[in-house]
Design a binder for this molecule. Structure first.
Ligand code: RNT
Ligand code: ZN
Length: 415
């Protein structure tokens, strides 16, 4: 408390109100992905991610049943401060008696009812959703919605339609919107003979999915582009230009995953560019190391820049989601470190004297702007962070020891 009071005074000297920052941070929801808990395996098939997506590492204790994953989410989320939504993939369907009988083109809300019950039980803000266009035998020659095989394409169109209905159910049950993110792995390893036709097929498929009729107020559909993927280095059907134009002309959103661009492009710069045209933008925050490798989010400069743009643009306009999966370390710790780093970066952004800095930019006073931006880096953010944690039930905050205890417990059960 004493340290916080000192920090409060220091920030006040720069015109920053730490109390305001703490209350604002408390209101920003982060959609936490379920798939860090089981290496993106899901429950409806392969038991291993495949088709344009890959997890590396073999740390013991992976959740292999819905009960285990829920147990891990419950525990991991209890160590994450702030408002949380749960981001689910269709492959996490709990099929019960329909196991082996119902495929992804026929999933229904009831296959996700246990998730709704669980989300309500642990007091989540909402559920977001993703159709799963990978880890499935109907991914033919690496293609789904852009496939020239009508049977394949139709199957995946029906999957997308089914997912919109499930999203509607989540929105209704949780009494908040449900963000649906469409990402497909479709692409080619080597030089294409035709780059246009697959994109025209993807466009038609998406139109067919959206034509299913769904509550546009409650279900917010987003499309996630990518520059390349493993095994599809030469051509990605759903690239950035394709999806931005698609979203703009269909009244849906873009989802920016910061692992999906050329390494010198930044999502922090793309957020305000999109907000000039869209009411909402969705994010997958991750950490690319050389490529879209989905490493655990660290408190790095680009994360801080992304969070500054979220705060400056208006946090209510940005649907913040996480997307990383590291199987080489304790998965709960990976989850918590990444989520907390996003919260820390948001706090960092909320503690900037934004108006003052903007004024310096407009006055072309770049000397003072640089001086001030550098001074700000050494302010006592950690003391405000600690105060935030203590106010919201994280006093003492020895979360890592709790993870070690938990690991011992589940280690016995999951051998
Ligand atoms: C893959 C995309 C996609 C997935 C998740 C699991 O490159 O980023 O968002 O990571 O849907
Ligand atoms: Zn992503």
């Amino acid at each position: 408390m004493e340290r916080y009071n000192g920090a409060k005074e220091i920030f006040a000297e720069y015109g920053v109100d730490t109390e305001k920052a703490i209350s604002a941070l408390k209101e920003i929801a982060v959609s936490v992905h379920c798939w860090q808990g089981d290496d993106v395996a899901g429950f409806d098939g392969g038991g291993k991610a495949s088709g344009g997506i890959q997890t590396t590492g073999n740390y013991p204790g992976r959740a292999t049943t819905p009960q285990q994953l829920m147990q891990d989410i419950r525990f991991a989320f209890s160590l994450m401060p702030g408002k949380k939504r749960l981001n689910l993939h269709a492959s996490y369907a709990i099929l019960g008696k329909d196991e082996g009988k119902v495929d992804r083109d026929e999933y229904r809300p009831e296959h996700f009812a246990p998730w709704v019950k669980f989300a309500k039980e642990i007091g989540l803000e909402g559920i977001d959703f993703n159709p799963t266009y990978f880890s499935h035998p109907m991914v033919k020659d690496g293609l789904t919605l852009s496939s020239p095989d009508e049977k394949v394409r139709k199957f995946w169109v029906k999957h997308g339609q089914a997912c919109l209905k499930i999203a509607e159910y989540f929105a209704k049950e949780m009494n908040t919107y449900c963000m649906v993110d469409i990402w497909i792995p479709d692409g080619l390893k080597d030089v294409p003979a035709d780059r246009l036709t697959p994109r025209l097929r993807l466009k038609d498929s998406l139109d067919e999915i959206l034509s299913v009729g769904y509550d546009k107020e409650k279900v917010r559909v987003a499309v996630e582009s990518k520059v390349f993927g493993i095994g599809v280095e030469s051509y990605t059907v759903g690239n950035n230009e394709f999806y931005q134009n698609y979203a703009a002309t269909r009244g849906i959103c873009c989802l920016l995953d910061n692992g999906h661009y050329h390494p010198t492009e930044t999502v922090s710069d793309k957020i305000p560019a999109l907000l000039a045209f869209y009411d909402k933008v969705a994010l997958h925050i991750t950490r690319p190391v050389r490529w879209d490798s989905d490493h655990v989010i660290l408190l790095e400069d680009e994360l801080k820049e992304i969070c500054k743009e979220i705060v400056r643009g208006g946090a209510e306009k940005v649907m913040i989601g996480l997307d990383y999966f590291d199987a080489s370390i304790n998965r709960i710790s990976a989850w918590v470190v990444g989520q907390r780093n996003v919260q820390k970066a948001l706090l960092y952004a909320l503690l900037q004297p934004t108006a003052k800095l903007q004024k310096l930019q407009d006055e072309a006073n770049f000397t003072e702007q640089m001086y001030l931006q550098e001074e700000l880096k050494m302010l006592p953010y950690g003391d405000v962070w600690k105060e935030y944690l203590e106010r919201y039930g994280f006093e003492g905050d020895d979360w890592f020891n709790k993870v070690k205890e938990y690991e011992k417990e589940i280690g016995k059960e999951r051998m």
